[in-house]
Structure formats: structure tokens, C-alpha cells
Ligand binder design. Structure first.
Ligand SMILES: Nc1ncnc2c1ncn2[C@@H]1O[C@H](COP(=O)(O)OP(=O)(O)OP(=O)(O)O)[C@@H](O)[C@H]1O
Ligand SMILES: [Mg+2]
Length: 226
């Protein structure tokens, strides 16, 4: 499997993030699990939404964690979706009764949520989002426009998108060599790149960072073969 699939950073330091987004994520990350608001990560593919959700799920204090990816074949079809949602979007949860007192919060990551285009189904979460303190929801989507406004309004949104101007910013560029070295470390390879070599790869691959990690892997093989 390619590096872009296998690279799973364990902290926010392992990702290239807009400084403002990073600061905001850091605040939510550091809050006690019980106080963290329900979140919406949105923005272009390959910007780290799923990676950050995974990092959040490692936080101390959750009673249980569930990651549902609606792009997976087993989570598709109207009936299947209905069944999943009715099990998750409850104002109070029966399952929480099974955790030892005081029951801990249950994390639900709902990935590729735009696949649920039916706004009526999205709105089934509205009640739980305001009343179920024992559930913590993180929704992920790359098509924010498909979400019902009154559902979205109950979530704290974080925009992972980056435009060309932002990608050219010095603060962001500074992260490229730092994170790239972390990626090489993650794969335990000792290939040496200069900062400007990293930036050269990055310049050509800014569509998504998934694309960047892929290009870095190729650059690593190229270096090995000379
Ligand atoms: N901000 C980032 N910094 C460094 N690498 C990243 C970043 N975002 C993504 N990647 C790389 O791309 C891969 C895919 O990222 P991730 O699955 O988190 O993207 P996503 O935003 O959830 O995309 P999608 O909308 O397609 O689901 C990661 O495993 C990692 O290799
Ligand atoms: Mg994702």
C-alpha cells in the first residue's frame, strides 16, 4: 500500500495545517472529552480530516469509539443507513447504560457524511446534538453544501480547505520540510532531502496532501535508485 494510505500521524504535529486551523484544533483537542463540542470537519479531499479525527479518537476519557465511513460498501443503501443512524442519533442512549458509572462519553466519527444526501436523515441528529451529553459526534465531509443548514448550525465547523494563496504562505511552507521529515521517519527511511527539494515536490503537488505524500514516496524511490 502507498505511503499516502499508510501514513497515520499520531499528533497534529505530523500534519500540514493552516496555523489558524491548527490553533483551533489544538483548543478542542485539549478540552476534556466531556466539554468538547460536536464538530464538523469539512473541506477538500486529502487535507487531513480523517487523520485528525483519528488523532482525536485517541484522547483519554472516551468510553467507546466508533468510526463509520459511509463510503464503505457495507454502510450503503437506504435501509442500512437508516439502521445505522437510528442506532447513533438517539437523544439518550441505551448502550451508554452498559458502561460503568459515571458513564463515559461515546465518540462517533461519521466519515464521508455527504454521502447521506437526504437532509431529513441528517436532521435526525438535531435532537441528539443538543441533548445527548453522553455522545460526542465528529462529522466529516468534503461537500459541506450538501448538509442541511439547521443540522450544520448545531456543529462547530472547521474548514480544512486551503486555497492557492494560503498554500503559498510562508508559515505554511515552513511546515513542509518539518512534516516531510516526520513522514520519512514514520517509514523509517533515511533518505536525505534538502528543504528546497521538499518545496520543489510540494510546488508540483498541492492538489491534496494525499497527493503530496504520494509524490514524496516516489521521490524517495528515485533517490534510492541513483
Ligand atoms: N494536512 C496533511 N499533512 C500531511 N499529510 C496529509 C495531510 N492531509 C492528508 N495527508 C495525507 O493524505 C492521506 C489522506 O488524508 P485524510 O484521509 O486525512 O484526508 P481527508 O481530508 O479525510 O480526505 P477525504 O475527504 O478524501 O476523505 C493521509 O493518510 C496523509 O498521508
Ligand atoms: Mg477522509
Amino acid at each position: 500500500m502507498s505511503w499516502a494510505v499508510r501514513y497515520k500521524p499520531t499528533s497534529l504535529d505530523g500534519l500540514i495545517l493552516h496555523p489558524a486551523v491548527r490553533d483551533e484544533l489544538e483548543i478542542y483537542y485539549k478540552l476534556p472529552v466531556e466539554q468538547t463540542p460536536n464538530l464538523l470537519f469539512y473541506g477538500q479531499p486529502g487535507r487531513g480530516k480523517t487523520a485528525v479525527a483519528r488523532i482525536f479518537s485517541e484522547r483519554e476519557g472516551y468510553g467507546a469509539r466508533e468510526h463509520t465511513d459511509f463510503s464503505q460498501p457495507e454502510n450503503q443503501g437506504r435501509n442500512k443507513i437508516k439502521q445505522i443512524i437510528s442506532g447513533i442519533a438517539q437523544p439518550t442512549s441505551l448502550r451508554d447504560a452498559f458502561f460503568p458509572p459515571p458513564p463515559k462519553r461515546h465518540l462517533f466519527i461519521l466519515d464521508e457524511f455527504h454521502i447521506i444526501e437526504d437532509k431529513g436523515i441528517q436532521q435526525q441528529f438535531n435532537h441528539a446534538l443538543e441533548n445527548n451529553q453522553k455522545h460526542h459526534y465528529i462529522f466529516l465531509t468534503n461537500r459541506q453544501s450538501l448538509l442541511a443548514p439547521n443540522f450544520q448550525d448545531r456543529l462547530n465547523p472547521i474548514n480544512f480547505s486551503l486555497d492557492d494563496k494560503e498554500l503559498a504562505q510562508a508559515q505554511l511552507k515552513k511546515q513542509i520540510p518539518v512534516v516531510s521529515r516526520k513522514i520519512l521517519e514514520f517509514f523509517n527511511v533515511e533518505t536525505k532531502f534538502t528543504d528546497s527539494e521538499f518545496l520543489e515536490i510540494y510546488k508540483r503537488k498541492t492538489e491534496s496532501f494525499r497527493d503530496y505524500v504520494r509524490a514524496l514516496e516516489i521521490a524517495h524511490y528515485k533517490k534510492l535508485s541513483v
